[in-house]
Design a protein around this ligand. Structure first.
Ligand code: TYC
Length: 110
């Protein structure tokens, strides 16, 4: 057996070896949009506070996004890898519940 066959096993014991094939096109980790949904009860100031606290927005940006959600029903808080997006959704939902607001936040693949 020549050197080229070193990782191909033997006729009695084939397919032994280490898979070394790499993807031609490595995939980037998927990104997810965190979406904020409108409701009739959550105070505007609370939504602005959430956007500042969990999405690191300044007052201007947070106010714009809050108004977009208020007027259009939905708005994008940010785009993150799945686990970060999921954590942000949970943080927002927990914080809203603690404050007895019905604010809803969700994620979708970007
Ligand atoms: N619609 C709410 C109000 O009039 C404000 C609001 C904005 C609520 C954005 C949720 O994601 C939201 N008080």
């Amino acid at each position: 057996m020549g050197d080229d066959d070193a990782d191909k096993g033997t006729p009695e014991n084939p397919e032994i070896g280490i898979a070394t094939k790499t993807r031609a096109k490595p995939k980037k980790p998927s990104q997810y949009r965190v979406l904020m949904l409108n409701d009739d009860y959550t105070p505007m100031e609370f939504v602005v506070m959430v956007l500042k606290r969990f999405f690191r927005m300044d007052l201007d940006e947070a106010t714009q996004v809050m108004l977009q959600v208020h007027q259009r029903g939905v708005g994008v808080c940010g785009v993150y890898p799945y686990e970060v997006a999921e954590t942000k959704v949970n943080q927002v939902m927990d914080f809203a519940k603690q404050n007895q607001h019905p604010l809803q936040c969700t994620l979708e693949k970007a």
